[in-house]
Design a protein around this ligand. Structure first.
Ligand code: HEC
Length: 153
């Protein structure tokens, strides 16, 4: 079989290149101040981990939920320099931000404990608490965070 002349292969290769290029962070090509921060990658990961938990809950795979929980309870910390910038921006709101972060942590730990007991109902109500805690922080901080760190030119 000839591979190089197979139009579907060529298409697939072109598509792959296009996807790979569009997936590059904007800041990778330019010295744009709006290049994605480590904080955003950590949030992206949190979002994906929560999706994985949803899948595990649907499959009633409590062992998998328990395995995923530490990723949510202990999310990645941005590098020191970025943390400093975030703290500087938070100013007197730092306490509230950390309280909300702590709430997510606690709710995730509770979800993990329920999963270890194989208690599906408790897992699901803890899941709701985790998601509520994500929402609480997003409602208070997300818009102004993005405006401050990304929208300024
Ligand atoms: C202590 C505050 C806080 C908590 C708690 C929090 N987030 Fe976030 N999250 C933010 C902020 C601020 C942004 C905006 C950051 C940005 O866009 O760079 C954000 C953005 C996001 C994004 C969008 C990232 C993107 O690429 O635009 C996702 C997804 C996300 N969070 C998921 C979660 C999930 C899931 C949880 C709970 C398990 C959670 N977050 C808990 C503060 C928080």
């Amino acid at each position: 079989m000839k591979c190089t002349n197979n139009p579907r292969r060529v298409m697939a290769a072109a598509l792959f290149t296009a996807i790979t290029l569009s997936a590059l962070p904007v800041g990778a090509q330019t010295a744009d101040p709006a290049k994605p921060m480590a904080f955003r990658s950590a949030m992206d990961k949190l979002g994906r981990d929560m999706q994985a938990v949803t899948g595990a809950i649907s499959g009633e795979d409590w062992a998998l939920v328990a395995e995923l929980v530490p990723k949510i309870a202990h999310h990645d910390e941005p590098p020191a320099e970025e943390l400093k910038a975030i703290h500087g921006w938070l100013g007197s709101h730092g306490g509230k931000f950390h309280r909300l972060d702590e709430q997510t942590h606690k709710a995730a730990v509770a979800m993990g404990n329920a999963a270890k007991r194989g208690n599906g109902k408790a897992v699901i109500s803890a899941f709701e608490k985790v998601q509520q805690s994500c929402l609480a922080c997003h409602q208070s901080f997300r818009k102004s965070f993005v405006e401050h760190f990304y929208a300024k030119r």
